[in-house]
Ligand binder design. Structure first.
Ligand code: IVH
Length: 681
């Protein structure tokens, strides 16, 4: 009697456990792989708690594919070694388009064919190569590459990584399947990890790759579990007892269906030209990717062709890594200069022995502020590591202390502004030192004028930094208001100007007078008033007079305006000099359409999130963004489940794919223009 009741309970418990496991696997996949959770975290935690409780009661029911096995197991005393069923190879490198073309030629020669080759393209992740072995769909082993023949068994550690399935989803996978991929630490996780390290007085990691390697090499897997590592699957190594599709990309898609995270940037292209186009596409995307990549891997897409091409020594003939220029290099710090910004902030700038990094020659790098100089412990004469990623301003990552020469000089912050000699001050608790000279300081005036003319402000075409500097140096202008009184001859006599460019500039100045209230506010350069705040202020106050007379309390009624920003606005309009400039601008003819005071709720696109991708023919993406924002929409840079609509122009790529897979509304430029038209009427 009792025995049968128990047996029934066990069956029920086993069933419940199975249901929970399936649900946890499903929701874990939505969270870690698709980045699109369906349920709130607490709901997931509740299911997890129930699973743990049952497993604590019935330890005999714990299986290796249980999500509970992800949280980290008892620490190991050492890693055991693993022999790979199939060697893990490395890749040949290409450093130029010529190298890439030669690669494509070699392949065609070898295949004795002139037909265009189809290539699968993927980012080359800058992480750690990994091999995962599945038997009947259950993860049984995770191993590092090691020397390619033997690696280390890090099964306990890989189990803790959310994007690695511990049991495969779907069906049709071979009975024995070895999946390969790269484990990396996204920037966000890296920054958080280093922040914590600094707070605890520990040494920070040099880069995300080292941090990922360090996280995987932990004998205590609970440490690995606390690091937000990601794995992206990029190939199948060895398999038995089943079939796989006949192209690389179709295999990758399968891996996606079986629950692996696969690259959103994957593409199939035709021939060397297709590869070079992809290179340009990914090089542009690189700075905005949330993880480090150091190049692209191109692979012959047909598995049959891969087979016939085979290998040379340690690398396949059918694949190549086209490397991006290095983003970090070593050079010498020759000197430090101090620059004065628009708001008086004094920035120490490193003068470097010129070095080729991130695709350009770098001779200056920012040292940000005093805190950064202290953090780096940097001295003049030091050997330093410089990093330049994408369009980002070059930074100094660290100092090679072992190479510090005798007599290296400490860096002293100036007590007076290097430009106007006014005293330099730092507010309590601020790392930034500022020149107190305000408009007296020529450097601040120059920067204020450059900001006024810039694209997102008054957008004066052709009024570049060099021209502003000459205009101020030659005392042709003192403030932004003087710009509109410039004479043709004054301008034409400047260096690298001529009559034609002078006419163009005067014309552009004339044109810029017709602006929007939001741009006008932004162009004034009030501290902490960026584009978004300027737009909110414009919408709320509708006109100049109500903005000028607003109290700090009034201002704080505006979206995103807190006491600090409100105070900066009040201070700005409390200064006679600033009001005089504003009046002079209006008197010179700067104008905009006075808008009705509006609260965001009444705007037609309030609460909606748009994303723009690809190119637009009738306007720049920036203009499209501004129009949408004026109708109250939020414009985001990336597609997520929260996106309401994607505007996709020609050249749209991964954002379009993602929007389609999420079932998000996608419109083309024509439909976008029609939408604007409807909203306006
Ligand atoms: S395929 C036989 N694809 O690059 C070719 N490798 O030198 C096997 N890597 O350590 C590699 N991203 O871990 C391939 N999308 C990608 C990759 C990739 C990064 C790493 C790989 C290996 C190195 C090859």
């Amino acid at each position: 009697m009792t025995a049968s009741a128990d047996a029934k309970t066990i069956t029920e418990v086993t069933q419940r456990l199975e249901t929970l496991k399936q649900q946890l696997i499903y929701h874990g996949h939505r969270y870690y792989v698709l980045d699109d959770p369906e349920i709130p975290d607490v709901e997931y935690d509740r299911m997890f708690q129930e699973l743990s409780t049952i497993e604590a009661q019935y330890p005999q029911l714990i299986s290796p594919d249980s999500p509970s096995q992800r949280v980290g197991a008892a620490p190991l005393s050492e890693f055991t070694s693993v022999r790979h069923e199939m060697r893990m190879l490395s890749l040949d490198n290409a450093f130029s388009s010529e190298d890439m073309q030669a690669f494509d030629e070699r392949i065609k020669d070898r295949l004795k064919s002139d037909a265009t080759i189809e290539y699968a393209c993927e980012p080359k992740f800058d992480g750690i190569a990994i091999s995962l072995l599945y038997r009947d769909g259950v993860l049984v082993r995770g191993a590092t590459r090691g020397d390619g023949e033997t690696g280390e068994d890090i099964t306990q550690n890989v189990r803790t990584i959310g994007s690695i399935p511990i049991r495969l989803m779907g069906e049709g996978y071979p009975a024995n399947l070895e999946v390969r991929g790269e484990i990396y630490l996204p920037h966000k996780g890296f920054d958080a990890l280093n922040k914590k390290a600094l707070e605890n007085g520990d040494k920070p990691f040099v880069n995300p790759r080292n941090a990922a390697a360090g996280s995987l090499r932990q004998l205590d897997s609970s440490i690995t579990a606390s690091r937000p590592l990601v794995m992206c699957a990029y190939s199948v190594g060895w398999y038995e007892g089943g079939e796989l599709p006949d192209t690389h990309m179709a295999i990758i898609e399968k891996l996606g269906q079986w629950g692996f995270f696969i690259s959103d940037q994957r593409r199939v292209v035709e021939g060397a030209d297709g590869c070079l186009d992809y290179y340009q596409y990914l090089e542009k995307l690189r700075p905005s990717l949330p993880f480090d990549i150091d190049g692209i891997v191109f692979k012959v897409n047909s598995m049959a062709l891969q087979q016939s091409l085979g290998f040379v020594s340690r690398a396949p003939r059918w694949a190549i890594a086209h490397k991006f220029p290095a983003q970090e290099e070593v050079t010498l710090l020759k000197d430090v200069e101090f620059q004065v910004g628009r708001t008086g902030a004094i920035t120490p700038v490193a003068k470097l022995e010129p070095v080729f990094v991130g695709g350009v020659t770098v001779s200056n790098a920012t040292l940000h502020n005093r805190d950064e100089v202290e953090r780096l412990q940097i001295k003049i004469g030091d050997t330093v590591i410089v990093r330049r990623a994408g369009d980002v301003i070059p930074q100094i990552v660290s100092v090679v202390l072992s190479k510090r020469p005798e007599g290296a000089q400490s860096i002293h912050f100036p007590e007076r502004c290097p430009v106007c000699q006014s005293p330099v001050e730092a507010k309590e608790g601020e790392a930034v030192y500022r020149c107190t000279g305000g408009f007296v300081c020529e450097a601040q005036r120059k920067e204020a004028i450059k900001h006024f003319a810039s694209r997102n402000a008054m957008d004066v075409d052709g009024l570049g930094d060099k021209i502003v500097e000459q205009l101020v140096d030659n005392a042709l202008i003192h403030s932004v208001a003087d710009l509109f009184a410039l004479k043709r001859d004054d301008v034409a006599n400047l260096e690298r100007m001529g009559e034609k460019s002078a006419d163009n500039l005067l014309h552009a100045l004339q044109e810029s007078k017709n602006t929007t209230f939001a741009r006008f506010i932004f162009s004034l350069g009030i501290r902490e008033v960026g584009q978004a705040t300027a737009r909110n202020l414009a919408q709320y106050f509708g006109g100049l007079d109500s903005l000028r007379t607003a109290s700090a309390e009034d201002l704080q009624e505006v979206d995103d305006v807190g006491p600090v920003v409100a105070d900066f606005v009040v201070q700005f309009f409390a200064q006679e000099q600033n009001n005089a400039v504003v009046d002079a601008l209006v008197a010179a003819g700067v104008h905009w359409q006075e808008t009705e005071k509006v609260t965001p709720e009444v705007l037609p696109l309030n609460g909606q999130t748009f994303v723009l991708t690809g190119s637009l023919e009738s306007m720049s993406r920036n203009d499209g963004k501004e129009i949408l924002q004026n109708f109250g929409a939020k414009v985001s840079g990336s597609v997520s489940a929260k996106t309401d609509c994607l505007v996709a122009g020609p050249g749209a790529g991964s954002k379009l794919t993602k929007a389609e897979s999420l079932g998000i509304k996608v419109i083309d430029e024509q439909a976008f223009l029609e939408l604007i038209e409807t909203l306006r009427s």
